[in-house]
Ligand binder design. Structure first.
Ligand code: SF4
Length: 366
């Protein structure tokens, strides 16, 4: 049986750089975008023999803002890729969509890629707050995008929100949540703002926002299944579930990272190098690291603790031929006694306190 693998395709182009974003991004005209897609096609073509060993579990096209590309060209590229691979039945094919670029021409062009999940950046419903983040879109663009996606019968839509951002208050955050839910998304990704800015809310206010989030989403039928992700029943994102469960992944495109058989590596983030050498594996790949068994175990535990179901003991034993309790007894005892972890006969998982202070928990395994 072929091993499962996730694919990530990176499209680095954005209209402009938002202040909070650490993604590998570039700006460029239509000829640069065509040049990039040609380079991506060369990289994917050269990887097809290696990909033949796997069954692809899901495909995620992220960025950057993939929908600033020529939608016909991008749709055809993903359609060609899917026809060239062994795919699991009815796989999730997800794309990040920049609200202002969604319309009839873009969704028609993208349809060749048979995308079945669409992820919209919104961050906040307050235009002053999105402006403070230098976003090139606001809630009105999201509203238009949702209407177009609905017209195209998109049935799996995610909205990204961010809390703790400059100018935000617990009341404005609740308004953002309420507005997002008015758009009836199947999935929400909610990330904490991690930069240091003078106008950011206090830690007390951030804690209040976190409490509001948990109460409001639960009350409205969204299940929290990971540290940052909430969904209606049946709409968990396979990209995140597989990534946190430890399914290997290969990334393609500028700066994309991969993790296969305990080896982590990344593509160059230098644009000129990537487009010149995308069909030459050795010249594009950088930072190859072989993780030893202990490092692989730690990484596996950290990843799985991102899921609210936690680390499944049987899965850990099946993967490593060892027992989680024996491998990390001191660490687990300490985290249990501090109230960060709980467990039963089948799994260990983060408590409410552990979810709030996850960075401290993960640091214990590093
Ligand atoms: S549009 Fe998205 S990818 Fe581009 S800079 Fe802003 S947040 Fe980052």
């Amino acid at each position: 049986m072929k091993k499962p693998l996730q694919l990530y395709i990176h499209i680095p182009f954005c209209v402009k750089q938002c202040t909070f974003c650490d993604a590998t991004t570039v700006t460029g005209d239509s000829s640069a975008k065509a040049e990039y897609l040609a380079a991506l096609q060369r990289e994917l073509s050269s990887a097809l023999p290696a990909l033949d060993e796997f069954t692809v579990a899901n495909i995620y096209v992220g960025g950057g803002s993939p929908t600033v590309m020529n939608p016909d060209a991008l749709g055809k590229l993903i359609g060609w890729l899917k026809e060239s691979l062994h795919l699991e039945h009815r796989i999730e094919t997800s794309i990040e969509v920049m609200p202002r670029t969604v319309g009839v021409p873009s969704l028609t062009g993208l349809s060749a890629g048979k995308f079945n999940r669409f992820s919209l950046g919104m961050q906040s419903s307050n235009p002053k707050e999105t402006k403070a983040l230098d976003c090139d879109y606001n809630v009105y663009d999201v509203q238009d995008a949702v209407l177009f996606l609905d017209k195209f019968h998109a049935r799996n839509v995610n909205i990204d929100l961010m809390y703790g951002t400059p100018l935000q208050t617990p009341i404005s955050w609740k308004t953002s949540l309420r507005t997002a839910l008015d758009f009836e998304p199947e999935h929400l990704s909610i990330y904490p703002f991690s930069k240091d800015a003078g106008s950011c809310p206090s830690q007390v206010a951030r804690d209040e926002m976190d409490a509001i989030t948990q109460d409001y989403l639960k009350h409205n039928g969204y299940e929290r299944y990971s540290l940052y992700h909430y969904s209606k029943p049946g709409y968990r994102c396979q990209h995140f579930v597989n990534r946190y469960s430890g399914v290997d992944y290969m990334g393609f495109g500028l700066g994309a990272t991969s993790y296969v058989d305990g080896i982590a590596y990344g593509n160059t983030g230098i644009y000129a190098d990537y487009v010149s050498h995308s069909d030459e594996f050795e010249q594009v790949v950088t930072d190859v690291v072989q993780l030893d068994e202990t490092q692989q175990k730690k990484q596996y535990v950290i990843n799985n603790l991102h899921l609210t179901r936690g680390v499944v003991l049987e899965d850990y034993s099946g993967r490593f031929g060892a027992f989680l309790d024996a491998d990390f007894s001191d660490c687990l005892d300490h985290l249990n006694s501090e109230g960060f972890l709980a467990g039963d006969d089948t799994a260990i998982f983060l408590t409410e306190k552990g979810l709030r202070e996850s960075a401290s928990v993960f640091a214990m395994f590093e």
